[in-house]
Write a protein that binds this ligand. Structure first.
Ligand code: FMN
Ligand SMILES: CCCCCCC(=O)C(=O)O
Length: 359
């Protein structure tokens, strides 16, 4: 087989390998999948304005995020059940990633992942009705050396994902979420009529009444920085920072929640302006090339996260497949920085983008 050179080639190879139901769960979106498509299309519309007569002989992709030095501004977004893609699951991804946000629905324990990790780990949380589930996870993350928490705001319930509804998708027997007790996970392996097992589970277990005061309460439970994920407006960024958040992840959950929601990259400038340097602004959704990473940085992102691309790499080649995907994105980013006359991340700003108003 020829070497795979792009994320798109990993996507196609993963589709060949994965059972159709798992492929649909990993790659699909909600509703008509308009936001899923928009996330990718919106990047393609952002044209670049390269400049020359600049010394680009020593490009530097490194950055600092929440005090941690990272070789690139590219991390892995929280994605449930990596063992759907590869038997080693999150342990393989953690070996490959320089920053991994571990889903609360990880299919390996927080401690196994920490023992394998090559870089910082952050733990993503949902707002479970039973608060002791949340606080128990916070304590375990602290004890295992995780460096931040990420509270996902955009999922008061799982969105209506028609591919999963049609297939009666449920988590296959043998793949579990070992960081959550059995009572919290009841029903996730059983298909139901008219709804995916995950959507039903979320209605039973997630508290849809999450308010700013709850965020403040969570921040008060821990010394770890708490970021919020799913922010698409200046209003939510302001509210989150005012209630203790240390940073935000601009995200529409990869087009899996509100179909019709704005593409992540189209929401980025508004959110970055509202944060105004008070904390890191990450972006996920639709990042498929290193040029996309550069575009996001130009619009104010401190770093990007990739969800599906990491899982496609994992499906194709376990740890080395996930690493290959992240390396492709980093190599493409370096190329784009050199070819656009921005050799350091501090050189990247909105002057790189055509048609974007400059301050
Ligand atoms: C299969 C799958 C599972 C996901 N699980 C979670 C999760 O457990 N928690 C969460 O906050 N986001 C979850 N997400 C959303 C991702 O964190 C991220 O927002 C999204 O994948 C980014 O879009 P991309 O896949 O285009 O990179 C999941 C996404 C996918 C594709
Ligand atoms: C067992 C519940 C899984 C919750 C959904 C994970 C997720 O966020 C996703 O997008 O899928």
């Amino acid at each position: 087989m020829d070497a795979l050179l792009t994320v798109a080639e990993y996507e196609a190879a993963a589709q060949e390998l994965l059972p159709p139901g798992i492929w649909d769960y990993l790659s699909g979106g909600s509703g008509q999948e308009r936001t899923l498509a928009a996330n990718v299309d919106a990047f393609a519309r952002l044209a670049l304005r390269p400049r020359f007569l600049v010394d680009v002989s020593e490009p530097d992709l490194s950055t600092t995020l929440l005090g941690a030095r990272l070789p690139t501004p590219i991390g892995v977004a929280p994605v449930a059940y990596h063992r759907l893609a590869h038997p080693e699951g999150e342990v393989a991804t953690a070996r490959a990633a320089s920053l991994l946000v571990v889903s609360v629905f990880a299919s390996r324990t927080l401690e196994e992942i920490a023992a394998a990790a090559a870089g910082p780990l952050w733990l993503q949380l949902y707002w479970f009705r039973r608060r002791e589930v949340v606080t128990g996870l916070v304590r375990r993350a602290e004890d295992a050396g995780y460096q931040a928490l990420v509270l996902t705001l955009d999922t008061p319930r799982v969105g209506r994902r028609l591919r999963d509804v049609r297939r009666g998708f449920a988590i296959p027997a043998g793949i579990v979420a070992p960081n959550l007790e059995a009572a919290v996970m009841a029903g996730t392996h059983e298909a139901v009529d008219g709804e995916s097992a995950l959507a039903r589970h979320s209605r039973e277990q997630f508290d849809p009444a999450l308010r700013p005061a709850d965020l403040a309460w969570l921040c008060a439970q821990t010394d770890l920085p708490v970021l919020v994920k799913g922010v698409l407006t200046a209003r939510d960024a302001e509210l989150a920072l005012a209630h203790g958040a240390a940073g935000v992840v601009v995200s529409n959950h990869g087009g899996r929640q509100l179909d019709g929601a704005v593409a992540s990259v189209d929401a980025l400038a508004e959110v970055a302006a509202a944060v105004g340097g008070r904390g890191p602004v990450l972006l996920d959704g639709g990042v498929r090339t290193g040029v996309d990473v550069l575009r996001a940085l130009a619009l104010g992102a401190s770093a990007v996260l990739v969800g599906r691309p990491a899982l496609w790499g994992l499906a194709v080649g376990g740890e080395s497949g996930a690493r290959a995907v992240l390396d492709i994105l980093a190599a493409e980013l370096e190329d784009a920085m050199v070819l656009s006359g921005r050799p350091r991340l501090s050189d990247v700003d909105s002057s790189l983008l055509a048609g974007v108003q400059r301050p």
